[in-house]
Design a protein around this ligand. Structure first.
Ligand code: ARG
Length: 471
């Protein structure tokens, strides 16, 4: 075997080995080993491409692919071997080349013909993101399905809809649940977008300029399951928009989880008592025996910061980079891995915590029965009688003031009191605004009337089904 002075991928022009501290600093194997299955898949496709280009003989391809299969198997079954053999690997690309040479001798050095780690790392990472999106979408769908189940089960329960945390208008509990479900369904679309931006194969881009061997780029892309190839070699080795897109989708999911958590923490408080959280997703206090704390939701809210931090971390890395590959780009992977893993945990906990929470109909209905929530209905009544809305708003304001003066709810004012404020109030108004009618009249698409909420549930179920049926 022809000897090399060390097994580095680039040692030839160097007189001395790198400083030990710097060497440890620049290695990425500790985290990019996670890309190993993708690296091996790309290696297999590249071996076949080199055969088509006349660089590899049929036997060489067969031997190379058999060795790659062996390395894949060995790494899967013996993580300790990866630790040990990888201890001197600079990155996942170096690891596989070292293992190939160990298996094949000098033939192992042949696979890197016409290619660069710059395109390899981007290709591996894109394949990782495509799988990661699939994994995240699966759990996210499970979460949305819980909202749908709960929305269907709570179509008769009213609650006090709020703006500015003040009672505003009555809505159905199902409408509130569907509001959260809609947010998460947009996250599904963002995930899809991230997957399609990752779905372009850089192989053939070389280090930056392209490839001078007769590589069929489209065939390599097809082999790896990509639907297209990247358009510009210089862009391909430095583009990390697909990673940003995935991080953006993750940050969207985390932000929606955080807002859900905020609602649930409030609703579980003694003041609201709209919710009973399950023991499984609550904790107690080491000091106060009576406490049952909504820690699952608080931590969902708390951990969101890390996800947005990962998005900004990558944005910050990319800002100011010149064209083409720069080593800074090695920082992309940890940020994304950490966010991906964290969001899997967050979604798993959210599914459990949401699914096991019980709503208290008595408390929700009591709050929804606050007559103040019907003030807008009274104004709408006057509008139906022909009064311009702004004047109707003023009249109802006076009605509320009068009720406050008399120390009763405005719905308890006598008809003559009402008529004094506007002659438009008639006997029929007495049977007029009610909690039920306030909800039932919001029958526009997207409104809180039961039929509208049912349509929204059906619409989201259809969207989920259509998304599932996509390849
Ligand atoms: N480990 C590097 C990364 O993650 C890929 C290697 C490219 N290195 C280089 N010196 N061109 O980005």
């Amino acid at each position: 075997m022809v000897r090399r002075k060390d097994d580095r991928l680039w040692g030839g022009r160097f007189e001395t080995a790198p400083d030990a501290r710097f060497d440890a600093f620049q290695r990425s194997f500790a985290f990019d080993r996670r890309l190993l299955p993708y690296e091996i898949a790309v290696d297999r496709a590249w071996a076949r491409a080199l055969e088509r280009a006349g660089i590899f003989t049929e036997t060489e391809v067969r031997q190379t692919i058999a060795a790659l299969d062996k390395i894949a198997e060995h790494s899967k079954n013996e993580p300790a071997w990866v630790d040990q053999f990888g201890a001197t690997a600079e990155d996942v690309h170096h690891f596989v080349e070292k293992a190939l040479v160990e298996e094949l001798g000098p033939l192992g050095w042949k696979l890197h013909t016409g290619r660069s780690r710059n395109e390899l790392v981007s290709t591996d990472f894109r394949l990782f993101v495509i799988d990661a999106v699939r994994e995240t979408s699966r759990v996210l769908r499970a979460l949305i399905n819980i909202f749908l189940l709960q929305a269907k089960a709570n179509l008769k329960i009213p609650m006090a809809g709020m703006t500015h945390m003040q009672h505003a208008q009555p809505i159905l509990l199902s409408h509130f649940l569907m509001a959260h479900a809609e947010g998460f369904s947009r996250d599904l679309t963002r995930l899809e977008n991230a997957s399609s931006s990752a779905d372009a194969c850089p192989m053939g881009s070389g280090a930056l300029a392209g490839c001078s061997f007769a590589i069929d780029r489209n065939a390599v892309a097809r082999d790896l399951g990509f639907s297209r190839i990247t358009a510009n070699s210089l862009d391909a080795v430095s583009d990390r928009d697909f990673a940003l897109d995935y991080l953006f989708a993750l940050a969207g999911i985390a932000t929606h989880l955080s807002r859900l958590a905020e609602d649930f923490v409030l609703f579980a408080s003694q003041e609201f008592s709209y919710l009973i959280l399950s023991d499984q997703y609550s904790t107690g206090s080491s000091l106060m025996p009576q406490k049952k704390n909504p820690d699952s939701f608080e931590l969902l809210r708390g951990k969101t910061g890390r996800i947005t931090a990962s998005l900004f971390s990558l944005f910050t890395t990319l800002k100011g980079l010149p064209s083409s590959y720069q080593r800074d780009l090695q920082e992309d992977k940890e940020a994304l891995f950490v966010a991906h893993d964290q969001v899997q945990d967050m979604l798993g906990v959210a599914v459990g915590a949401l699914g096991s929470s019980k709503f208290r109909e008595d408390r929700l209905r009591a709050a929804a029965s606050n007559p103040a929530l019907l003030a807008t209905e009274a104004a709408d009544y006057l509008v139906h009688c022909g009064l311009p809305f702004r004047q109707a708003h003023d009249v109802v304001g006076q009605v509320l003031r009068e009720a406050e003066k008399q120390g009763k709810a405005w719905t308890e004012l006598s008809l003559s009191d009402l008529k004094r404020l506007s002659p438009l109030f008639r006997e029929d108004f007495r049977q007029g605004p009610s909690l039920e009618s306030a909800i039932a009249t919001k029958a526009v698409p997207g409104g809180t009337a039961e039929q509208s909420v049912r349509a929204a549930i059906a619409g989201l179920e259809l969207k989920l089904k259509q998304m599932e049926n996509k390849p």
